[in-house]
Design a protein around this ligand. Structure first.
Ligand SMILES: Nc1ncnc2c1ncn2[C@@H]1O[C@H](COP(=O)(O)OP(=O)(O)OP(=O)(O)O)[C@@H](O)[C@H]1O
Ligand SMILES: [Mg+2]
Length: 233
């Protein structure tokens, strides 16, 4: 219980000498192994929240507790270890290393962890094995997206944070990707948090958090979810 807990989290950004409040008084808890969907309009602070959870940005005020550790107290080196060991991150704009092939991009991450899955198995699960030796610039947007998902999951992270993981995918491929993430969540008890504009994905989520203008306006646990097979993306 309360595997992830945010207490009165605020995030401000300074723009043109003006202090903008981007996240305001965020309070929420997430259980281990939950499949969580974060919904909200563009600019509502979804990516900002994900970056804070992933230890890639620091709060202005408030506390983030991850499995008993207060990461908002972490020094730079501890945060780096946290990102490396605990977090798999799927970026909104993929962020693949352009000078490495598909296989190398994914395997790079696999080598960072002792408990890793085989790179080729994961590439095949995400249906990008045939692009294994290509460079990112040779791939379509959807293929790059799937490689970035492979990279995030292959190191077996405790928490998988995905920023619009189906943004560039057609509905069939989107469904494949969501089922891969969902199965990892349920089989390995990884906690999966997905930011999306696609409200259909919310139908399979254990918990749905809605953001509006930097605040949580709804946080609900869904007892009845529909199965991944039945969801229409
Ligand atoms: N580094 C930054 N410096 C200044 N402002 C920022 C920074 N990052 C985000 N913002 C601002 O914070 C607000 C929330 O941004 P964020 O990227 O979290 O939104 P989002 O909900 O992910 O939107 P989208 O759905 O378009 O991806 C936006 O107004 C954005 O311009
Ligand atoms: Mg975003």
């Amino acid at each position: 219980m309360n595997y992830i807990k945010l207490d009165s989290v605020y995030k401000n950004y300074q723009v043109d000498k003006q202090e903008l409040e981007i996240l305001k008084d965020i309070n929420c808890s997430i259980n281990q192994g939950e499949f969580v969907v974060i919904l909200g309009p563009s600019g509502s602070g979804k990516s900002t929240l994900l970056n804070l959870l992933g230890g890639m940005d620091t709060v202005t005020k408030g506390k983030i507790n991850i499995n008993g550790q207060i990461i908002t107290n972490f020094k730079r080196k501890q945060l780096s270890m946290y990102r490396k060991e605990k977090i798999g991150f799927v970026f909104q704009f993929y962020n693949l290393i352009s000078t490495l092939t598909v296989f190398e991009n994914v395997n790079l991450s696999e080598r960072m962890s002792k408990y890793s899955e085989k790179t080729d198995v994961i590439l095949s699960e995400l249906d990008v094995s045939h692009r294994r030796n290509n460079f990112p610039f040779e791939l379509s947007g959807g293929e790059q997206q799937r490689v970035s998902i492979a990279r995030a999951i292959c190191k077996n992270p405790d928490i998988i944070l995905c920023d619009e993981p189906t943004g560039a995918l057609d509905s069939k491929t989107g469904k494949t990707v969501i089922s891969v993430l969902y199965n990892i969540c349920k089989q390995r008890k990884s906690t999966v948090i997905i930011v999306t504009h696609n409200a259909s994905i919310a139908k399979i989520a254990d918990r749905v958090i809605e953001l509006r203008d930097g605040r949580i306006i709804n946080n609900r646990v869904q007892e009845k979810t529909i199965s991944v097979e039945d969801v229409e993306l």
